[in-house]
Design a protein around this ligand. Sequence first.
Ligand code: SF4
Length: 291
Amino acid sequence: MRYQGIIYRPPSEFDSLIVQATIGCPHNKCSFCNMYSDRTFRFRPLEDIIQDLELGRAHYGKDVEKIFFSDGNTILMKTNDLLTLLHHCSKLFPNLKRVTMYGSAQYINLKTLDELIKLKEAGLSRVHCGMESGDDEVLKLMNKGFTRDEMYKAGTLIKKANIQLSLYYIVGLGGINLSKNHAINSSKLINEINPDFIRLRTLIPFENTRLYTLCNENKFEVLNGHDALNETKIFIENLDNITSYFLSDHISNHCKVNGKLPEDKTKILKELEYAASLDLSNFRNPKFGHL
Ligand code: SF4
């Protein structure tokens, strides 16, 4: 396969054929993110992406079941181009079960419901969407490029189109000061959207980010293990009337808690309570980019 730069993918796409449809991220300004800081956003020519799909078929055969289109915000591609890609996917891989990509709220909202329904019908099964927070103050601080209302609009559009929605929440994104509001307002927004998946990430300030500078200047206080687990507890306690899978499928998290909501809520909260009762020395140093 032909790739440019480091390829990022959600852990759940570990067994997917990964094809780069876009390079970089059109936003590239989130305060905590350095994933695509080394590249300028661009769409790859359609014929190159199709060639890569054909390479995938030649190498892995016709039985590929999952495809993930990277990099950031592939949903921004023109709908007709995405439809062309999706048609090639089904033609080349007749047993395909899932096609997924990243999409942030501000780019999902550029599509109409009709366009999203067409994408679903052509095979787009799931969008991975970095909500990160449902609190406007945190979203602004992190320069996410959308408000909670815009996230609501994007989430409901995806759901109405019957595309699976995988929403990401970053524990600690409000630091110590905004921790409670971040947790409660994120739960509220998720309750309104009812995504198919809620995926937990825990904030780690990485070098070459604005957040890292804020930490160095003591303008942002990163949560320690106990604070992060307590924030997660508040977040889960406030989740209500949803039917989502809850997954902490990432190495950044202090505790591995997974389950289906609402039935596993009590179990998840008990596991978090137990983890929070462990001595703080069991958790990583909250500062500066180390897992
Ligand atoms: S939208 Fe996603 S990939 Fe782009 S800068 Fe923000 S977190 Fe990074």
